[in-house]
Design a binder for this molecule. Structure first.
Ligand SMILES: [Fe+2]
Length: 168
């Protein structure tokens, strides 16, 4: 493992063990912003040969959080979603993510998507990281290729997420 990621993962573990709430996540977010612009991290995980849309670099055996490198070669448009009970921190390495946050106006029922109203939209640019608390609905839109380093509170690979449609 790249030593910067190794140190970062250890720091995240210590921070989140001491403070598993929003204040701890804010500390992790700030540290992630330093890692996003680290030359060795960019070289090792985001170079020309990197093409995985989900490369789990680290999964914490005690706390369950994951550090994940994402390389999206094409545009990628997501519907509003949350991460079930988990939080997530999105860090931009390259390209721009147009992010919209939503509030739920109708919960999903029986496989029918819920409805969500946009609250705010902003761009994540290289070097920026934003934390999403559990239940915060958001939709990332990427018109061009992008590279991200994300942290998930738990590995969300197989977690079922509610579906929402945008209204209003
Ligand atoms: Fe998300």
């Amino acid at each position: 493992m790249n030593p910067v990621i190794e140190q970062f993962a250890k720091a995240c573990h210590d921070i989140l063990e001491n403070d598993p709430g929003p204040a701890g996540r804010e500390q992790v977010r700030r540290r992630l912003e330093q890692v996003l612009v680290d030359d060795s991290v960019v070289r090792d995980y985001f170079g020309p040969g990197a093409d995985s849309t989900r490369n789990v670099l680290y999964e914490d055996p005690d706390l369950g959080f994951c550090v994940i490198a994402h390389v999206y070669k094409d545009k990628r448009i997501s519907n509003p979603h949350d991460h079930a009970e988990s939080w997530a921190i999105y860090g931009q390495v390259d390209g721009v993510t147009h992010m919209t946050e939503y509030r739920s106006v109708e919960k999903p029922v029986d496989g029918k998507p819920g409805k969500a109203e946009p609250v705010k939209t902003y761009d994540l640019k290289p070097g920026m990281a934003v934390a999403y608390e559990p239940g915060v609905l958001h939709a990332p839109v990427r018109h061009e290729p992008t590279k991200l380093l994300r942290i998930e509170g738990v590995n969300l690979q197989d977690v079922k997420r509610d579906r929402y449609e945008e209204v209003g």
